[in-house]
Design a protein around this ligand. Structure first.
Ligand code: ADP
Ligand code: ADP
Length: 237
């Protein structure tokens, strides 16, 4: 059984002009992400990648088809049940989305406080996460005192806090220089191998896919136009 399974998923939005046809953001997409995969989703701007992320993370309902996470159909479930689905999915973002008014330690602690963990467990978990991403000495620094790579390492620590099985990286290296990109990708690889977390990497950059992913889906105009092993999809015999 796949960890994430999309079955003939379509997502449309109302057209901005009255009476216009609906905008088709995702068009009959089916794909399977297995536990332990580093799965790349690549496509140009407007291909539907961010919409796909919001559907997997249960932030929006599908228009048609189904999204099955760990064997559970999530479309049509009430909001309170979706919260627990989201707790099993960590996210990192292009602009990091850290709280600028909180220091590194409190950024990482935040999702644990929301989840209602007791104080002592939060403290132990945050220290462990900061050790893992190599930022223990930055615990009291604020985001604007960090480099881009350091900010994204905080993002990774925060995303992993509640021990999700899936980490969604939405253009997570697009704001970083090539060297820092490789450093963050290496960290994601460790998240995959050391914790067995399934990683979904959304990007418009082929290099990112080739550096880290083993499987890839190529999106264009809301459709998956090709998918399979990275080697097969990108080899040109
Ligand atoms: P990508 O992440 O690959 O750049 P998106 O998923 O953001 O692509 O967008 C896919 C298509 O869906 C685009 O045409 C976009 O304009 C449209 N779209 C995405 N979100 C919305 C929305 N909330 N309302 C209307 N149209 C949207
Ligand atoms: P609230 O329930 O207080 O509205 P949210 O769940 O909206 O909190 O989370 C607020 C912020 O915390 C989000 O913008 C997100 O960046 C971060 N966050 C929460 N949970 C996670 C998680 N599992 N992984 C990564 N970031 C998270």
């Amino acid at each position: 059984m796949s960890l994430v399974s999309l079955r003939n998923v379509t997502k449309t939005y109302p057209s901005p002009d009255k009476g216009g046809e609906r905008i088709v953001a995702i068009d009959d997409v089916s794909l399977d992400i297995e536990a332990g995969d580093v799965y790349g989703i690549i496509g140009y701007s407007g291909a539907g990648k961010s919409t796909l992320v919001r559907l997997i993370n249960a932030l929006e309902p599908v228009s048609d088809g189904s999204v099955i996470i760990d064997g559970e159909e999530i479309s049509g479930r009430p909001e309170r049940e979706l919260r627990s689905v989201r707790l099993g999915i960590g996210m990192i973002f292009q602009q990091f989305n850290l709280f600028n008014a909180k220091n590194v330690w409190n950024n990482v602690a935040y999702p644990l406080r929301v989840a209602g963990w007791p104080k002592e467990r939060i403290a132990a978990r945050v220290d462990e996460l900061l050790d893992f991403v190599g930022l223990r000495e930055k615990a009291r620094s604020y985001p604007d005192q960090l480099s881009g790579g350091q900010k994204q390492r905080v993002g990774v620590a925060r995303a992993l806090a509640t021990e999700p099985r899936i980490l969604l990286a939405d253009e997570a290296t697009s704001a970083l220089d090539p060297e820092t990109t490789q450093e963050v990708l290496a960290l994601l690889k460790r998240v995959n191998t050391e914790f067995g977390v399934t990683i979904v990497v959304i990007t418009h950059e082929m290099d990112v896919i080739q550096s880290i992913a083993t499987k890839v889906a190529v999106m264009d105009g809301g459709r998956v136009i090709e998918k399979g092993d990275v080697f097969d999809v990108f080899s040109n015999p």
